[in-house]
Design a protein around this ligand. Sequence first.
Ligand code: PDD
Length: 288
Amino acid sequence: MTIAFLNGDYMPLSEARISPMDRGFLFGDGIYEVIPTYKGRAVGFKGHTTRMAQGLKAIEIKNPYTVDQWQDILSTLVEKNTAFIESGNIGVYFHVSRGTDTKRFHAYPKNIEPTVFGFAFEIAPPQPTIASDAKPFKVALQQDKRWQRCHIKSTSLLGNVMHYQAGVDAGVSETILYNSEGMVTEASSCNVFIVKDGCISTPPLNHELLPGITRAIAIEAFKQAGLVVTETWFSKEALLDADEVWLTSSSKEVAPVIEVDGKTIGSGQVGPVWEKAINAYQAYKFEA
Ligand code: PDD
């Protein structure tokens, strides 16, 4: 049984308990992060803790810990779980909810302490750096039916869960989303990149998508490797017409997609630009 962190204590995950009056449970009133680590080395720790601080500020929850304290919790969770997750590919989940109230009332209660939960789980190994070794994704395509605050990494994930499930029901493993104007925003749990004529594009940041940490690290890695990358909107038609499509997230790194909504992308094989991109990402990711 893996070891979890709850409100200052470490314990077997099966022993962690919160109140049903916790606002995270009743309202999805909280912020979360998923931080990947490989053999004890975290990717994007600074970006993840900065985004968590911004999310907590946006919903007026006091950040319960300093960056150093978060670092200590992360390191301790990885250390305590290494015996249980032998691959050393460990994702660390942090969750801060507004805390436990005595009644169910929508307004933010005063004078309650946030609930802080963390646990560790196995993530996929690092993406291979040779195209023929990669396991490509097939994904669905839907109009985004979530809320107007997708830049906040809220624990209220029902909208994302429903889009993800639509992909699973269609026999694929993610769902790419487009807005009411037909422009691609992100996927239900990932950011999206396309390649057309050698140029890499990803949608710019606004309230319609999460500012992914993997996205930011990837953009920097690609630029440093001399690849052409722009932050521009593209339509769902441009997505289907792309030479390559990729997803990025903390658990998938930069993952190639070969089919969207039943349509083959490019040659139907993992593309040559992906191979350059993943090499750039793997060379840079621990420096971010
Ligand atoms: N998902 N967009 C959405 C809607 C996400 O939920 C995620 C992450 C991303 C990618 O963000 P990052 O690169 O910071 O992981 C984009 C996480 C991993 C999850 O919910 O499990």
